[in-house]
Design a protein around this ligand. Structure first.
Ligand code: ARG
Length: 524
């Protein structure tokens, strides 16, 4: 082992071991994306860094758990909570996973996931620490939010805003399948809870903090005293003989450093302050577990911003906790507009509105569909242009839907080229995509219906003629009839190909509308 750390862990019997649990779960809130972060972190080399640069012996099952089998098909709101059965079942299983590492005396790192998963991680560590050391542990909750809403006080109903209330017993539920499984041994004491980085606290939460005299260091305190003094006070409050569970929500960092999070709030910690917190906690030797949550990779498949967690600066300081999230932007790009900390002025708010001109499109999906649509539109254009030439050659009339399809497929080509240009300018607004796709969808579906009627009846069907005169009349030999037959067969095949591409085009346009709506919704 090549660990660079000189700090002796006080509460771990196997200080060189690290249990890693990767949790791809986002049911504690409504936006997709947080569930994809653990895989992004792992594929960006996090585990290798932990193993090779920090010298940990890793215990990881090589899985990013999505707990699909635990998520019920029907999960109605309960006491205002969204997805109560799913979040309860997932956190319960997670608590057992974390417990199984922590009871071995090793440190546990959990990669989230939204912050609701802390119900599981903290419940698991708290139980193991009680059993192993007969002690209560402390929790340092680094976050822009204090996540201490009860189901009744929460406006959103999102459980990622409630984990502390359940863990501290402020919110109770007797139903075993809705957090009733959280027992005394899983709980934490409010006197051993410290918040750092708060700046977006709901009114009822403020009351809870006051009523229970919970130690909380807001951004205001950090500005006033500096992060050094705040850490001194925070650790002083906990005392140096208490195991610490560090629950780090990346939204504690300013969106400048960590824009890839579901609920960004301006006016947060600098990258360096985030590192400093982690270093200070590490230096105590009391760290027993850590969560890293609310990282977003691609909201749904929508986002391109990839957070890659590095342990660089912590490494330099021989630390062993989180360092920073940097963002590699590419393609169709950055951020959801961050919420303003309550103390910021409306002037700044105006500026935020103005700079928000870029949107998060899912690049792989979008590129794939655009390619299919390009091929489809060009093929349809070619087929109907060819049909017109054939009709002219035979000196028979040209049905209206031949030029119609030429126009509609050309419009689709123009629309795609326009989209590509807007993407290159990073200006592809969801509204444009919704409008354009809708108009084209109506035009395409009309054309598809007409072509389907021509192909399969009720009055005279192309498909019927093809099977009768072409499939059923195979002509061979080096003669003009065989050539004519081949041409007829290629016309029949063109009909089917045109129909297939029209159908795919309709699906594409429908999907574009849905995807654009999702992008629009995520952005407001
Ligand atoms: N872990 C988070 N990002 N929490 C955000 C919570 C926001 C808000 N206070 C709520 O209860 O819905």
């Amino acid at each position: 082992m090549t660990t660079t750390s000189m700090v002796q862990p006080k509460f771990l019997s196997k200080g060189d071991e690290l249990g890693v649990v990767a949790v791809g779960f986002s049911g504690g809130q409504c936006k997709p994306g947080v569930d994809a972060a653990p895989s992004a972190l792992i594929s960006n080399g996090l585990l290798t860094q932990l193993r090779e640069e920090l010298g940990y012996k890793l215990f990881h099952d090589d899985q990013v758990h999505s707990y699909k089998d635990l998520i019920p098909a029907h999960d109605p709101d309960f006491r205002g909570m969204k997805n109560p059965l799913a979040v309860s079942a997932v956190t319960r299983t997670l608590s057992e996973q974390v417990y199984s590492h922590a009871k071995e005396g090793r440190c546990v790192l959990t990669l989230g996931g939204d912050h609701s998963i802390a119900i599981g991680t903290i419940a698991g560590t708290a139980k193991a620490i009680r059993e192993r050391l007969d002690r209560e542990m402390a929790v340092i909750w680094v976050d822009a939010h204090c996540d201490i809403n009860t189901p009744e006080s929460s406006d959103s109903g999102n459980i990622h805003g409630m984990p502390v209330a359940f863990l501290a017993g402020l919110a109770k539920e007797s139903r075993e399948d809705i957090f009733g499984w959280i027992k005394k041994e899983n709980m934490i004491s409010l006197s051993k809870l410290v918040y750092i980085g708060l700046r977006d606290v709901d009114r009822p939460e403020k009351q809870i903090l006051r009523d229970n005299k919970i130690k909380a260091f807001s951004m205001h305190d950090i500005d006033r005293h500096g992060i050094g003094k705040v850490m001194e006070m925070a650790l002083g409050h906990i005392g140096n003989d208490t195991p610490i569970h560090l629950s780090f929500d990346v939204d504690a960092l300013d969106p400048l450093w960590a824009p890839s999070t579901g609920t960004p709030v301006r006016g947060g910690l600098t990258l360096r302050e985030g590192d400093f917190i982690a270093e200070c906690v590490h230096e105590t030797g009391c760290l027993v577990a850590m969560d890293l949550v609310e990282n977003v990779r691609g909201k749904g498949a929508t986002r391109v911003t990839i957070p890659s967690l590095r342990l660089s600066s912590v490494l330099e300081k021989a630390g062993r906790a989180i360092s920073h999230c940097d963002n590699l932007e590419s393609g169709f790009s950055p951020g959801q507009s961050p919420k303003m900390a309550s103390s910021e002025s409306t002037m700044t708010e105006v500026i935020v509105q103005r700079v928000r001109t870029k949107y998060h499109w899912p690049p792989i999906q979008l590129n794939f569909w655009i390619l299919i649509m390009l091929v489809g539109s060009a093929t349809i254009l070619g087929i109907f242009a060819n049909f017109i030439t054939v009709q002219q050659q035979l000196q028979v009339g040209i049905p209206w839907y031949f030029p119609y399809w030429i126009t509609v497929s050309s419009l689709a080509l123009i629309f795609i080229l326009l989209m590509l240009w807007l993407i290159s300018q990073r200006q592809l607004l969801p509204g444009i995509v919704i409008m354009g796709s809708f108009i084209l969808f109506v035009l395409w579906i009309v054309g598809l219906i007409v072509v389907s009627i021509e192909l399969w009846g009720p009055v005279g069907s192309v498909s019927g003629n093809c099977s009768l005169y072409v499939d059923g009349n195979n002509v061979q030999g080096p003669n003009i009839e065989a050539l004519a037959w081949l041409e007829q067969r290629s016309i029949c095949q063109s009909w089917t190909a045109a129909w297939a591409f029209e159908l795919v085009g309709c699906v594409f346009l429908l999907w574009m509308m849905i995807m654009a709506y999702q992008v629009y919704r995520d952005d407001i």
